[in-house]
Design a protein. Structure first.
Length: 370
């Protein structure tokens, strides 16, 4: 290509580099680690539902634009949809080059993917490879990653070295997990990944739970970074954490795992719950919404009493009554269906920082094997 120069300067011969990008066939940790940047070019809505570990979102079509192109495709023609899409994609790639990618070093290695490795990722690869970056495309796109997650969490029956931390509501199981992690143990915090504390009072109002797909990705991302020849400590749960279901392999491993039971007096548990649930202490509307979920299981007079205890600031009394009248009964019913006994029972009179630390130390000292 000849480029005309101003002021009578001789024309400059410019040869544009041919697009050059490689194909990646797997999503193993070692493979993904070889890239400086992983770019999900799908729409923000698709990205929010789930994405590869470490990926950022540089969409070539927004959610609205994607719908718009799809409507043209269905109602007019493939040609018109491609023309419309090309204009939008070109504009959006240009925006990314001028913003998020503006300072990216020349030697950077980039991995791009869309839903199935089609036109969206190839369009961006065409431009970015012409700029001079080393580009790879994930063959099969996001679906390649999703197939790995499903294969590992739903269809695999390979055992997992789980040890359950069990105990009645308010026995600081989540805090114990965190202390185990701080001491170098491997921990899979399902409630943390699900953004839910696992009860009628367990949701975080300001932060919605991840999608089911995202929850599963986070589980597998955590597991595949662990040494599965060593124990992995997991909090005992039902097969649902809020509105998210545990994958089949995780649930099977939990049911087969040895249990360490934590026991503490109701007063200590109530004290811990007040500290662990500050949002319910401060947010009357949220507390009342949670109590509404219990209305079918308890007398109206009891629900009214619990509302009154909250309204006058008797939070520890409220927590203690919820433990004795609701949670312990539900826990005992659930454990009636288990034939195994805990391999270890640890008791603590206090569930403050010192007590929780002592419980974590005792768990590790016991050396329970999966």
């Amino acid at each position: 290509m000849t480029v005309a120069m101003p002021g009578g300067i001789d024309p400059v011969e410019y040869t544009a580099p041919m697009p050059d990008y490689a194909m990646l066939d797997d999503t193993q940790t070692e493979s993904l680690a070889g890239f400086d940047l992983i770019i999900d070019v799908r729409s923000p809505g698709e990205y929010a539902e789930d994405h590869l570990p470490g990926a950022i979102n540089l969409p070539v079509l927004s959610d609205d634009e994607r719908v718009r192109v799809g409507t043209v495709y269905k109602q007019i023609s493939t040609f018109d949809a491609r023309r419309e899409g090309a204009a939008l994609v070109t504009r959006n790639i240009g925006h990314h080059l001028e913003t998020e990618l503006a300072g990216l070093p020349k030697k950077s290695r980039l991995l791009l993917y869309c839903w199935r490795g089609g036109m969206r990722s190839r369009s961006m690869a065409l431009v970015l490879s012409a700029v001079g970056w080393k580009i790879s495309l994930l063959r099969g796109g996001y679906r390649t990653w999703r197939r790995e997650v499903v294969a590992q969490l739903e269809h695999s029956d390979a055992p997992l070295p789980f040890i359950l931390i069990d105990g009645q509501t308010g026995t600081a199981k989540t805090a114990i997990l965190h202390q185990l992690a701080a001491r170098g143990a491997q921990v899979l915090d399902l409630e943390g990944l699900a953004l839910h504390r696992g009860s009628a009072f367990g949701d975080f109002a300001a932060t919605p739970q991840p999608s089911q797909k995202r929850f599963e990705t986070l589980i597998w991302e955590g597991l595949r970074g662990m040494d599965l020849t060593r124990p992995v400590y997991v909090e005992a749960e039902s097969n649902m954490v809020g509105r998210r279901q545990l994958p089949a392999r995780i649930w099977a491993a939990m049911k087969a795992a040895p249990r360490i039971a934590i026991a503490a007096p109701i007063a200590a548990r109530a004290e811990y719950l007040v500290e662990a649930y500050p949002d319910l202490v401060s947010d009357t509307a949220k507390l009342n919404a949670s109590l509404d979920q219990l209305a079918s299981r308890h007398a109206k007079t009891l629900i009214a009493r619990w509302r009154e205890l909250h309204s006058v600031g008797q939070f520890r009394e409220l927590a203690a009554e919820l433990i004795s009248a609701h949670y312990d009964a539900a826990y005992n019913r659930a454990r009636e269906h288990r034939e195994d006994e805990p391999v270890l029972i640890l008791r603590s009179e206090a569930l403050d920082a010192a007590g929780i630390g002592a419980l974590a130390a005792a768990i590790l000292e016991a050396g329970i094997k999966p």
